[in-house]
Design a protein around this ligand. Structure first.
Ligand SMILES: Cc1cc2nc3c(=O)[nH]c(=O)nc-3n(C[C@H](O)[C@H](O)[C@H](O)COP(=O)(O)O)c2cc1C
Length: 236
């Protein structure tokens, strides 16, 4: 169900991606939501695994409907148009899997192409609405080796840069058993609550590197008569 914020309330949406609902990243999620609500924000979570019961990204050219919209029949479309588009801050919550994000969260990013691609009739609306939203990351992991989450953090940083979104915070909780992060002496549960409370006030740098995205990368390809689109987002 979409959030019903009171007047002036800002909306925080957590995108949860662990299959373990009684696990660590969901515990951090609940803490973040609690902290956000306490600070007066509207906050909710969506379970991406449930929302994407239709599976993985497919070949859009063969799969999409004749009007260009996504034909995978599950709840992701509702999540995108009702929850994601209307949120003011997005929080990705994931266990560290193979030093990266869960496949569920990765599939979410992959499938967002179906909504952002120029072929989708509502792509401009989606791209514009995603722009500028604050982004944060919750990670649960077993290993305490400091570099273990780095690929994931860098990937989210690059995704945020691509989407013109300020990436404002990361909380990592250590634990392996379900709910074990609550015993982490660094108190990631408390840190997640604080991140939820402060998410709209946290400092972020204005670092922004960008390149041209002309759909086809090479001039020769552009002149070759390939089926090209003017949009910066590829018409896959
Ligand atoms: C498929 C899989 C891959 C994992 N890969 C890593 C890893 O690369 N590094 C790590 O520290 N923990 C790894 N773990 C452990 C989980 O990150 C850890 O148990 C985490 O707390 C699970 O979060 P959850 O309770 O939200 O599912 C992995 C677990 C699974 C099931």
């Amino acid at each position: 169900m979409a959030l019903m914020p009171e007047d002036g309330q800002r909306r925080v949406l957590v995108l949860g991606s662990s299959p373990r609902h009684d696990g660590n990243s969901w515990m951090l999620t609940e803490a973040l939501i609690g902290g956000a609500r306490k600070a007066g924000h509207a906050a909710e979570a969506v379970d991406l695994g449930e929302a994407m019961s239709g599976g993985m990204l497919r070949d859009c050219r063969k799969c999409r409907q004749s009007n260009g919209s996504c034909s995978i029949d599950d709840s992701l479309e509702r999540v995108v148009y009702e929850q994601l588009a209307n949120a003011d801050a997005l929080v990705y919550a994931t266990p560290l899997y193979w030093y990266g994000m869960s496949a569920t969260l990765k599939n979410f990013f992959d499938r967002m192409i179906c909504y952002m691609s120029a072929s989708n009739p509502r792509s401009t609306e989606v791209v514009e609405k995603l722009r500028g939203k604050r982004v944060a990351l919750l990670i649960s992991s077993e290993e305490r080796y400091p570099a273990s989450p780095m690929s994931l953090i860098l990937q989210i940083q690059e995704i945020s840069r691509y989407m013109y979104q300020p990436f404002v915070g990361v909380v990592q909780g250590f634990g392996n058993k379900r709910g074990e992060v609550q015993y982490d002496p660094l108190d990631p549960v408390g840190a997640a609550a604080k991140l939820g409370a402060d998410i709209f006030d946290l400092y972020h740098s204005d670092y922004q590197v960008d390149t041209d995205r002309p759909n086809a990368v090479w001039e020769e390809a552009r002149q070759s008569g390939l089926d090209l689109d003017e949009s910066p987002y590829a018409d896959i």
